[in-house]
Design a protein around this ligand. Structure first.
Ligand SMILES: [Zn+2]
Length: 434
């Protein structure tokens, strides 16, 4: 026991935190790390140029190929080893540790950012860069979420390689597909399911969006469903009395909206899309809605799944009975299906995690607030597997996420990137000692 000789009154957690702090201070004083900070300071225009280029490339869920190719070219330019695009479109690159042979199989730190956006393929992507009070502002769908994260990752890679910072453990970087919506974290999930490297990940830092304070360390669980009600359809007048899937779906959703949701554990629901029907004078054959339930508590998600099935079943039964009893003979009954289209596990970064210690030490060093949040991000997957992980902003400011009015400003981006850089270095140091 290394600490056995200390008096029993010492607060071990405090001791470990202050040791993390002195390590971060020592890291920040290294000449090469100064060089990396210098690169971040001197290249705001390069970063904004990359960001404007990136947002102009469409990346709807399941359509990220063009962005994958763009990022692979940037990784190669940066001099990364082993740059490749995997079977589902994740782009990977590698920076080896300074003093380890390439064939070593020890711990690796991962830095990732998602490439996809929520915007459908034909959304106009007019990127506009304006200068406001010495900062650049980029207006375009996806400017912040997640062009800021991808460009932040590129900035870290360039700063490390250009300044020849010696890493204690290898750094694996990944631009991944499928974070948003129905992508259902498929990029990061695929990485952890498929790759031999996955077993070596000692810690995983996800860059998502802007900011230099809040960090997501609690993975909010979510389950997503598509509920479809189908019937025989028909003519609005001559087939009147045939049960109507849109009316039944509307009733099911209205009933679901009345379910009481607890504030603690915070639990939410949303119906996000609804479609169906053929024309105003046709009884529809189908009606479909997509639904998102979120909670920090897995049992709430189960409860809501049951409630969804019940709401659909009750509405379908109700309108089938009405149709059976109508004067006109019904042309058949309705049925329903509930398909699960997303399942993100709930999980938590433990409060004594070395990754959290390192983050607090970095924030103390930079004079930043450590604001721990709850969210549904790529970090859900490693966290649910017990890999220390968090999702943080890549600096700057942003707004209008998931709307076509989205924007990003590089105001104080440098601070956010210094934070990512120091955290990456601190955690590679820790990983090398595992
Ligand atoms: Zn995002």
């Amino acid at each position: 026991m290394r600490f056995a000789c200390y008096p029993k009154t010492i607060d071990m957690a405090l001791f470990l935190r202050s040791s993390a702090f002195s390590r971060v201070t020592a890291l920040a004083a290294q000449r090469a790390v100064h060089g990396a900070f210098g690169w971040l300071h001197n290249n705001p225009k390069t970063l904004m140029d990359w960001q404007a280029e990136l947002v102009a490339i469409p990346a709807p869920p399941f359509g990220e190929e063009a962005r994958s190719k763009w990022l692979a070219a940037r990784f190669t330019e940066a001099g990364l080893d082993d740059v490749r695009i995997d079977a589902i479109g994740n782009v990977l690159g590698f920076i080896p540790a300074a003093n380890l042979p390439p064939e070593s199989s020890g711990p690796v730190v991962m830095l990732s950012a998602h490439l996809d956006t929520v915007f459908p393929a034909h959304t106009p992507l007019n990127a506009v860069v304006t200068q406001v009070d010495g900062t650049s502002r980029l207006s375009a769908p996806g400017a912040c979420d997640n062009a800021a994260g991808v460009v932040g990752m590129l900035a870290i890679v360039h700063a490390l390689t250009q300044a020849k910072v010696k890493l204690k453990a290898p750094l694996l970087v990944m631009g991944n597909v499928g974070e948003e919506g129905e992508g259902d974290l498929r990029g990061v999930r695929h990485f952890y399911e498929q790759r031999a490297m996955a077993g070596r990940i000692a810690a995983h830092i996800v860059l998502d969006g802007a900011g230099a304070d809040s960090v997501v360390t609690q993975a909010l669980g979510s389950r997503r469903y598509q509920v479809t009600i189908s019937g025989p359809g028909g003519h609005s007048f001559t087939d009147a009395g045939t049960p109507n899937p849109i009316a039944a779906l509307a009733e099911a959703l209205a009933n679901l909206a009345h379910i009481q949701l607890p504030e603690q554990p915070r639990t939410t629901w949303n119906v996000g899309t609804i479609h169906g029907g053929t024309s105003v004078n046709s009884i529809p054959e189908n009606a479909t809605a997509s639904i998102d339930f979120r909670s920090t508590a897995p049992d709430q998600l189960v409860r809501l799944e049951v409630a969804l099935h019940r709401a659909a079943e009750d509405a379908v039964d109700h309108w089938n009975t009405v149709a059976e009893n109508s004067l006109n003979t019904s042309r058949g009954a309705m049925t329903y299906t509930v398909e699960k289209i997303g399942d993100r596990p709930a999980a938590l970064l433990p409060s004594d995690s070395p990754l959290l210690d390192a983050l607090r030490a970095v924030d103390r060093h930079l004079g930043l607030r450590t604001d721990l949040r709850l969210g549904s991000t790529d970090a859900n997957i490693p966290l649910s597997l017990g890999v220390p992980a968090l999702s943080m902003g890549a600096g700057g400011e942003g707004g209008g996420a998931h709307t076509v009015a989205e924007w990003y400003s590089d105001k104080d981006r440098e601070t956010g990137l210094r934070r990512v850089l120091l955290l990456t270095l601190a955690i590679t140091e820790w990983a090398s000692e595992q």
